[in-house]
Design a protein around this ligand. Structure first.
Ligand code: SF4
Length: 202
């Protein structure tokens, strides 16, 4: 089983509660206008990872949990489910961002989708709506998106879920990796892409 990955950040506190191992999967057919990761729409160009090995790597990082975003995790649900199950077996929590609503995912009655939902502690669902950026809730892109506590691993009244949003910038070699506050990340990435286009046109 193969997990098709765009980017990994091994230790971040900008993608969910505590320090987390974040995996951006590659491939998304939803294509929300204004998505900050359009380079992750296509599956092509993904780096293949074996889910169990990736979970072992996450556990070695000493983090609280793993976060899977993208790209659309439920478009490769069986492999993401295996990764999530293996992460959970090592004591890590699992947070997943999806452009699909929870009700629509449950209605599919698909074994891979159900397995991923069963292995998820926190689910942020719904497509990104660029017209309604989220002003308050941490980690969440637009006001239509919901945070579901699918297990009792986290307390919805924990102040960490109300803290102000944050933006994390880091370089992976020559590549700028932007994570955290989705609305600000979109602005930073749009400017970086415009500058890169300008430089390549000169
Ligand atoms: S579901 Fe997520 S990755 Fe897919 S287009 Fe929407 S914001 Fe982008």
């Amino acid at each position: 089983m193969t997990l098709h990955v765009a980017t990994i950040v091994e230790d971040t506190d900008a993608e969910g509660p505590g320090r987390r191992f974040a995996v951006w999967v590659k491939g998304c057919t939803i294509r929300c206008p204004g998505c900050c990761n359009p380079e992750m729409f296509e599956r092509a160009g993904a780096t293949p990872h074996e889910p169990e090995a990736l979970a072992r790597r996450a556990a070695r990082c000493g983090v609280e949990g793993v976060t899977v975003l993208g790209g659309e995790p439920f478009e490769q649900a069986p492999a993401v489910a295996r990764f999530a199950e293996e992460a959970r077996a090592r004591g890590l929590s699992v947070m997943v961002f999806s452009g699909y609503a929870l009700e629509a995912l449950r209605a599919r009655r698909d074994a891979g989708v159900d397995a991923l939902l069963a292995a998820t502690d926190l689910l942020v669902d719904g497509p990104y709506d660029a017209r309604a950026p989220e002003p308050r809730r941490r980690w969440i892109g637009s006001t239509n998106q919901r945070l579901h506590f699918l297990t009792d691993r986290y307390d919805p009244t924990d102040p960490c879920f109300e803290a102000s949003n944050e933006l994390e910038l880091r370089f992976d070699g020559h590549e700028l990796v932007v994570s955290g506050w989705p609305t600000a990340a979109r602005r930073v990435l749009a400017r970086a892409r415009a500058r890169a286009r300008g430089a390549s046109d000169e």
